[in-house]
Design a protein around this ligand. Structure first.
Ligand SMILES: [Mn+2]
Length: 362
């Protein structure tokens, strides 16, 4: 649709119809028509991010439910399990309420999914529900785009960036509370624009939100505190740590779980041993065939002049458990070390890892 609009405008490029605003307005009009055509039913439509919700999952569901309500649709954000520590921290700092917990939905419940595209990450009961929309930034999973009436999936840094763009296209005002919610998701998923998944769109939206909220002098410190809250494992058991940023996928008949962790290089050996020790239990509790954990290796920043980044990544360790897991891991990342772990000098990210696993298993 966008391409079509651009072509139409292209023929008038030297007259009056070429501004970005016009394109955005036309996209908004088409989107409103699509929304109107959806089968909304009469009950509340629930907006969910993924299970084990992180900031982007929670904030995208909150902001999108608000957007739908602004257009007159009866929508409410929920979480399918308890939000992580970073989410609780930033909600407290910015002063917005977290969604209530709803761990399962009845058949035929209408759903909108944000920040996920796999049934294994959905609220329980999603397979028997009616999924009206999916707003996401991951590689397409087993909830196929083609099976959902409205899908917006863009490979950019945060789902909250996509939702900011949708507010603009629809001409819906972004009040300061909404701006805070969107900025929280954007800061978390891009680590203040430093992650390799960060795209130009994320930077543009970051500038707009930081300017609106007058946070120019504070945003780096807020991001640092969020990251600290995310890494705070005080009082957590080893299996809770393993599951603190953990996602499930079903691909090619195999049930997969992947944890994303990080650790200081000096503590790595002990940390790997502790995580390996809980993997058999995690695998059986969660009915998985294979479980993996990618553990980023943190070292002191050799550039000591940069006080904002005291530590940087130096590669990633990958650990695995379950029949066939070693073969799969070695096919993607090369042979294991004698200790039975893989070390990749290049940092391993979960998104490309999922894409590689899909290629091998499907
Ligand atoms: Mn996300």
């Amino acid at each position: 649709m966008l391409a079509a609009i651009l072509i139409i405008c292209g023929s008038f490029v030297f007259t009056s119809c070429s501004s970005d605003d016009d394109v955005v307005e036309e996209q908004g009009a088409a989107f409103r028509t699509t929304l109107k055509s959806l089968d909304w039913g009469t009950d509340t439509t629930f907006v969910f991010g993924h299970k084990i919700p992180d900031v982007d999952a929670v904030c995208s569901s909150l902001a999108y439910a608000k957007l739908m309500r602004a257009l007159g649709y009866n929508c409410k954000a929920k979480v399918s399990s308890a939000p992580n520590r970073e989410t609780v921290f930033i909600a407290g700092l910015f002063g917005f309420a977290l969604p209530e917990l709803k761990s399962s939905v009845a058949p035929k419940t209408r759903l909108i999914l944000t920040d996920h595209t796999d049934y294994a990450q959905c609220v329980d009961g999603a397979k028997e529900a009616i999924i009206l929309q999916k707003i996401d930034h991951h590689v397409e999973g087993d909830i196929l785009d083609s099976s959902i009436p409205y899908v917006r999936r863009e490979m950019i840094g945060a789902t909250c960036t996509i939702i900011y763009e949708m507010y603009k296209e629809l001409g819906v005002n972004i009040d300061d509370e909404t701006a805070k919610i969107l900025l929280a998701g954007l800061l978390s998923d891009t680590r203040n624009l430093t992650k390799i998944s960060t795209q130009r769109e994320d930077s543009v939206v970051w500038t707009a939100l930081v300017t609106q909220l007058h946070l120019e002098d504070k945003v780096a410190e807020i991001s640092r505190q969020m990251s600290e809250a995310d890494k705070n494992f005080d009082g957590m058991s080893d299996s809770e740590i393993f599951l603190s940023d953990y996602k499930e996928y079903d691909m090619g008949g195999k049930a997969i779980g992947i944890a994303s962790l990080e650790c200081m290089a000096s503590d790595m050996e002990d940390f790997i041993n502790r995580m390996q020790a809980v993997m058999p239990q995690v695998m059986s509790d969660n009915k998985r065939d294979m479980v993996f954990a990618k553990i980023d290796n943190r070292v002191p920043n050799p550039d000591e002049s940069n006080p904002d980044e005291l530590f940087v990544d130096d590669g990633t360790y990958l650990i695995f458990y379950g029949e066939g897991a070693k073969t799969v891991a070695e096919t993607i990342y090369g042979p294991s070390l004698p200790e039975g772990v893989i070390y990749s000098k290049e940092k391993i990210s979960r998104k490309p890892m999922v894409a590689e696993l899909q290629k091998i298993l499907q």
